[in-house]
Design a protein around this ligand. Sequence first.
Ligand code: SF4
Length: 643
Amino acid sequence: MGTAKDQQAFRLPILGEDVASGLAGDIDIDAELRKLDEEAAINTRPGGALQTDHWYDQMVSPQFTKSQREKTTLLVSGLTAAHDYLVKGALTGLGYNVEVIDVPDNDALRYGKEFGNRGQCNPTYFTVGNLVKFLTERAEQDKLGQRDMVEKYVFLTAGACGPCRFGMYATEYRKALRDAGFDGFRVMLFQQKGGLKQATGEEAGLEMNPGFFIGLLKAILAGDVINGMGYRLRPFEVEAGATDRAIENTKRYVHDALISGKSVLAALMRGKREFGKIQLDWTRPAPRVSIIGEFWAMTTEGDGNYQLQRFLESEGAECDIQFVTNWLLFMLWEGRYDTKLRAELRGVDEAKKSLKNVQIGKKLAGLFVADLAIRAVFHIFGAAVGYRGYHLPEMDEIAETAHKYYNNQIRGGEGHMEVGKFILNVLRNKAHMTLSVKPFGCMPSSGVSDGVQSLITGLYPQSIFCAIETSGDGKVNVQSRVQMFLFKARIAAQKEYADTLAKLGLDAAKVRAFFGAHPEMASGLHRSPHAAAGTAADRLTEVAPFIGKSENEIRVIKAKLFAKKALAAARALPATIEKLRKRAAERSPVLFEQAREEWVEQRPIIVEKMKQAARAKAESFGITLPSAMAGKDRSEPTTSAAA
Ligand code: SF4
């Protein structure tokens, strides 16, 4: 509120009044302009009075030394509850004191808005505010001063140099912490793109050595497969809460294994027993919803996306989530893509990240091997916990699919991934509905969800696509919007299931009775082959040949199916090898040359092992394969049962 004189001087013109003459009557515009010129002249001359007082980040290399480690607690947060908890286990196992900050809630958002810069994206407000909230509340609870908090805690987070606000997170944390009274609080980054070479020196408090990154990787991949089991089974559990109990136990086994340095694999296998006990009803045609969008907003499990996943499940849907592993694979794809492009500029490119004096083949081979290693560990962990049959996305395929509509060179957020995933969902019939989560204020995600995806939905009118914006205060609107689209998805899922039943000449009661009599075929440790958009329809298609058959007939059908699959795999082997060879050659010429030489040596050994495995499997079904036939492409196995 200004004084009465001010109000008179700056009176807004009344409707219909001549604006120019009205203003001219109240303000001497020339005098105002002269005043501005004079101020500018004073401020800009040497020794002038210009006082912008801008804050800048002085703490680019925060000090956390080895001697401080014993009395310092590392704070971790930012992914799902399972990931954060397991990361805590991994770091505790390396000798750090670690504490997890809870998943951000609406109070965190309020702290973020109070102390963060204006115009940030929603994930920035939530994550930054969550740290400020934790420190403020903990200081109050433990009766500690702000200086004590600064000395006692260090926050560990990921950073990047991306074009969106993710590149500014660390600075944003520090700015908000300073304004909240925690000036000098240490925010440590393990740069996403820094890799294993980021050793910080012997005396550093945080030793970012291979052990550190391997521990993190194990925690992240184990967190992914445990979450995967949860989302796969929860919509079909007979006893509410059974899946969550199994998840809690499995998380604890893995967490304890990470702390004690024992086998994570063994811990996951222990968890598999828990998941194996869950009773499931596969006759529920739950609509399958593929959640895509901005990484943090679609991954968090709290107020940041209005508990989206749990809300969908409460509405009877099955969530098809994106894993942190997918994000790691995307970063490796970025590395390969950029390296290949930049290689063409070798002679002229002198910039910081140029490939001058870099062995491009070796670099590509390293990225290729990292991609293979991550995929292999994911599947090994998955098999250990019972999470089988999941296909990690092929990043080249997603890039090629999306490229026509969203340039692969545009980065920030999920880049082209959201577009590619949506198209593949429709083309491959992977889900009944695709739900895109766009945080308020997110530049890259807005361009995709509001812009490009409208074009894609026009091209694929059969798709059910719902884009939502998470602002923190629009829960009712968002949930209501999701419900509307979910209604269509539910109808689609029910129709799909009914059509499958009709096609197979079955009814729901018969299917239910079959599962009751054959609980092993209702196990959650097995994934049915992809046949429809819904999981219930997949399982139905798989078990249909067995329904109404005697135990003996079921055994014979199983044996025949196995033999058919083995033959198909054997026939497809040369083509698969050729495909892999082409991919390897395309991704890394150096690696391919090495692999070719090794393959010549290894081939006979591998072929012999495959023959032995086929023989053993056939024998377990009571089939005897003549030793000369085992492994031959065109041989039909004989079954003693069939004879
Ligand atoms: S992708 Fe969007 S929401 Fe995520 S950090 Fe970047 S600007 Fe923010």
